[in-house]
Design a binder for this molecule. Structure first.
Ligand code: GLU
Length: 550
């Protein structure tokens, strides 16, 4: 009996060799320096902030270098799979405008020439690679039962030895080929293990793109490469897929760092070049005095749906992710406000090794800033789309008053420092509601400095009867409010008022606040002149009358 006989017994139908697969999935024909990156989630639920960051980085690195970014679904642990897991991931990526060049689109569809991109559909390929290892004597069937493995572990714990299947504990490693052959022929259950060539006393050094040089003992565990269901383990599938899909750079969470000795060893056993690895520290969250990992379970802001519902523009989330991803991005963006992320060159070396603190307030500020530089039409289109799902009342108003609303969004927008009132699409209504009569009903009015009702009514009626002219330009409009103030005993000049407050009933600011409150119910709004222009004479008059009579 030879290794080959054993390999043929286990995989009688596997006829393709690993050389055949090298030809089927040849080196990619890409420009020098192009990176091939991937996002390789298990279909276990929504994409959360941590994996979004990893996929965002991977897609950006590929885009910057004219490479390829692909989506691979890692479903070898089928117990953990959730319903519509794949579609959910594809939809999350799409919603977040992370485009894939290749990969799974659903259970049945994909794009690209390096597929299948779903691991459970690659069984034959994995088997060819496992068969190869059996043939060269680098893998073996293991018949140890769960009970036996438990006993080994208990013994190792009791004697404070290293846990695992290695050295003298790896009993099946030394089975004679004939014996293994016969036990399989007799229908005994087995799994397949790597015959690890590693020596725990020796060291390997891996150069991680984020963490720098890391030293590990070599792996000497005979890890499982094929489970009893015939599927490979994650480690083995990773090797085969990242090799055949010609991945050059792997960005993933640092919970995988400790697997590096195994992964590197697997590449070495086959004589393949390993890809470069970038292990990201987890995104942290401040909680009181302590920091903890941002949690998929505990923190709503870890889910992408949180941003969609709130109506935070996706580009703003991208900007925030980039500030986490590259420490020099924020400064670059400050100096290049007119540019987009596409103009920024991502650099693995500029990833912070210590990980980032998730700062929702900062994200919201980025969003506020981002929205302030959009055109009024862009704001309109975005709010319209958002409100269609989340606020039908607003949606109807926006649809009915398109031009008008765009004009509302134009107030103090096209200037050097545009207003930053809107932090998200959902925050817009509370800023502009008073511009719509449909919403301006039974309102609660703020209080200004002038509180005497007779005085307020006097200011408003004098204004509307003697000083308001719809056709006034801004300067004339304001000089008339000043004239009104003077006529009623208020100081028209703020500087003078501050010097001699006792000489006056109040200032021009108090007078305009009265008008502002009557028209908008609020003491704080964007430019009152612009608001009045948009409301138009009829509504200005009727709102003032309504307020007088209130
Ligand atoms: N399927 C693994 C995960 O979901 C991927 C790890 C990797 O990127 O290599 O974490």
């Amino acid at each position: 009996m030879t290794n080959k006989d054993l390999a043929n017994l286990i995989f009688p139908n596997i006829t393709k060799t690993i050389e055949d697969y090298e030809k089927i999935y040849p080196e990619r024909n890409l420009p020098e320096g192009a990176m091939v990156t991937r996002f390789a989630p298990s279909p276990t639920g929504f994409v959360h902030m941590g994996s979004l960051l990893a996929s965002f980085i991977s897609s950006k690195a590929a885009k910057d270098t004219n490479g390829v970014f692909y989506l691979r679904i890692e479903d070898t642990d089928q117990k953990r799979e959730v319903e519509n897991g794949i579609e959910g991931i594809v939809a999350d990526l799409k919603n977040f405008e992370i485009n894939i060049d290749e990969g799974a689109l659903s259970r049945t569809e994909s794009i690209g020439n390096y597929g299948p991109y779903i691991q459970s559909e690659r069984k034959e390929i994995y088997h060819a690679f496992i068969k190869h290892l059996l043939e060269i004597g680098m893998a073996y069937p293991c018949f140890c039962t769960e009970e036996h493995l438990d006993e080994i572990r208990e013994m190792q714990e009791a004697t404070k030895s290293r846990i695992g299947y290695y050295g003298r504990y790896a009993v099946c490693r030394n089975l004679k080929i004939d014996e293994a052959y016969n036990r399989i022929k007799n229908g005994e259950k087995f799994i397949i293990r790597l015959k690890s060539p590693g020596d725990f006393e020796k060291k390997i050094v891996v150069n991680d793109l984020v963490k720098g040089k890391i030293e590990f003992p070599e792996n000497d565990l005979d890890i499982v490469i094929m489970k009893s269901d015939g599927l490979p383990t994650y480690h083995f599938a990773h090797l085969v897929d990242d090799h055949l899909m010609r991945t050059t750079h792997i960005t993933r969470g640092d919970e995988w760092v400790s697997s590096l000795p195994i992964h590197i060893q697997l590449f070495q056993v086959f004589g393949f070049n390993p890809p470069k690895y970038a292990h990201l520290s987890p995104i942290m969250k401040q909680e009181g005095d302590t920091k903890r990992k941002l949690s998929k379970r505990k923190d709503p802001e870890a889910a992408m749906s949180y941003y969609t519902e709130l109506g935070i523009p996706i580009k703003a989330v991208h900007l925030y992710l980039m500030t986490i991803a590259n420490t020099n991005f924020e400064q670059w963006y400050d100096a290049n406000k007119d540019k987009s992320i596409d103009d920024f060159k991502f650099d693995f070396k500029k990833i912070s090794a210590s990980g980032s603190l998730f700062d929702l307030e900062k994200l919201i500020n980025i969003s506020r800033n981002y929205i302030s530089y959009l055109s009024a039409e862009e704001v309109y289109n975005n709010v319209l789309t958002w409100s269609k799902t989340y606020d039908l009342e607003l949606y109807e108003l926006l649809s009915k008053y398109k031009e008008y609303t765009i004009n509302v969004f134009s107030i103090e927008r096209y200037q050097k420092k545009p207003r930053k009132d809107y932090e998200s699409w959902s925050s817009i209504k509370k800023n502009i509601w008073y511009m719509y009569d449909e919403l301006f009903q039974n309102v609660d009015y703020d209080k200004g400095n002038i509180t005497d009702k007779n005085e307020i009514n006097n200011i408003l009626s004098t204004y509307i009867n003697s000083y308001y002219q719809e056709s006034d330009d801004k300067d004339t409009w304001f000089s008339r409010i000043k004239e009104l103030s003077t006529a009623l005993g208020y100081c028209a000049n703020m500087k003078e008022y501050k010097e001699n407050p006792n000489n006056y009933k109040g200032s021009v600011a108090d007078v305009s606040t009265v008008i502002r409150i009557a028209l908008t119910s609020s003491t704080m709004t964007p430019d009152l002149y612009e608001i009045m222009k948009l409301l138009g004479a009829d509504r200005v008059k009727s709102r003032i009358l309504k307020f007088i009579n209130a």
